[in-house]
Design a binder for this molecule. Sequence first.
Ligand code: SF4
Length: 313
Amino acid sequence: MSGLWYNGAATLEEKKSKSIIHPFAVKSYNGLTINPYQGCGHRCAYCYATYEWSPEFYDKIYAKSNAPEVLDGQLAAWKSNTIDPVMVASATDAYQPAELRYGLTRKCVQVLQKYNVPYYVFTKSAIIEHDLELHRQYRHNCFIVWSVTTCNEKIRRVVEPGTPPASKIFETIKKFIDAGVCCGVNVDPIMPLVTDTDEELDAVVKSCKLAGLQHVIGAMLRLRTDIWERMKLALRMLEIPGGVEKYKQIYNFGEPLDAKYVAADEKYSDKVIDDLERRIKSCGMSCDFPDYMGSRRMDRSHLGQTTLQNFLM
Ligand code: SF4
């Protein structure tokens, strides 16, 4: 795999896809997702989407140029009169820089809206601001989540060098909130010794509060073989004293790490998450997302009446 800090811009290539909307599962949640791009220029060290089948994940971005048409065809042929909310996107950032050139996410969102499908977007980007009006006009049926890991620019430039600074992201969030769009922040992943300090958690939670957010959640970093290789580099670049050895203790493994996923020690993890939640609550926000990611379904026979907002009540 090429380095995280590869100097050139990612190359963009178009490809055709036969299918766009797919089922996916994360932990106990099963849902639907669309991924208009393959690969991601945000280059996060901790990325869970860097599958082995895509070793050029950060450097070669495929734009699925027929995604809107294929999605339209799939929704037109949908067999059931119900549909789960759709995640935009599960294995890439749908608002990464390639979106400025191809606009595929915007076109796919227009198709979802055409079929009255509820959706939620997970992004680390401010590019979504270009579609503020599009999401605003559908605000009762969508939910936008920003993943924010740090307000510290030195850390961000190392662990997620392709993302915008947190200050820019919070400006964007505020615009969405002011427009009445339901928004949340996912402080994920929280990286031990890097972003789990008092200073770091405090800065992120206070920025959420200032932006006007109501919903904030967080989760600890999980390690996998490839993620560990990148995190080792990040720990060294950030000059975290004894970082590599301390990670082996916190995650309780020895080299080589050969496991699908390794979670941090439960006590360590609970302490950090409890700390985060205490800060969120003390700022008057809630440590959850609106309850629409479960198995509730939109009844497509009542298009225009049953909205995501109904699910949230
Ligand atoms: S934004 Fe998401 S998909 Fe893109 S590199 Fe970062 S973690 Fe991976």
